[in-house]
Design a protein around this ligand. Structure first.
Ligand code: ZN
Length: 122
């Protein structure tokens, strides 16, 4: 009798935990699936850069390459994120990458060239 009661309690626990797990994953999918995927993606591909918006790495998604001079380009966003934003909404991601360049290699790129290219929809 005690064994049966124990088994029933164990079974109920498994069911509750399973339901909780499913519910948790569902909430994650609504609130932060992309962020969770990006964290895993970056952990698996530490040598790769990543999209400034969704956080997925260049091993997983394709970057949208923006040429701002004849020979120079940059890709702060993946194709999907780039396509979902207006040129004005894209600017902060380009600015952020340009600022990180400025910290490492001052004068590497001219912000005015980049801003012009982004606003032209490149
Ligand atoms: Zn993206």
């Amino acid at each position: 009798m005690n064994m049966i009661t124990g088994a029933v309690i164990l079974l109920i626990n498994v069911i509750i935990n399973t339901l909780f797990f499913i519910g948790f994953n569902h909430r994650q999918a609504e609130n932060g699936q992309v962020a969770a995927n990006a964290t895993i993606d970056q952990a698996i591909h530490p040598q790769y850069g990543h999209c400034g918006k969704c956080g997925l790495t260049w091993a997983t998604v394709e970057g949208h390459s923006t040429r701002y001079t004849e020979s120079e380009g940059m890709f702060p966003l993946c194709e999907k994120c780039w396509s979902e934003l207006t040129p004005e909404q894209r600017l902060p991601y380009y600015r952020s990458l340009w600022e990180s360049w400025e910290r490492e290699i001052p004068g590497h790129a001219n912000w005015n060239d980049i801003e012009k290219a982004v606003l032209e929809g490149k």
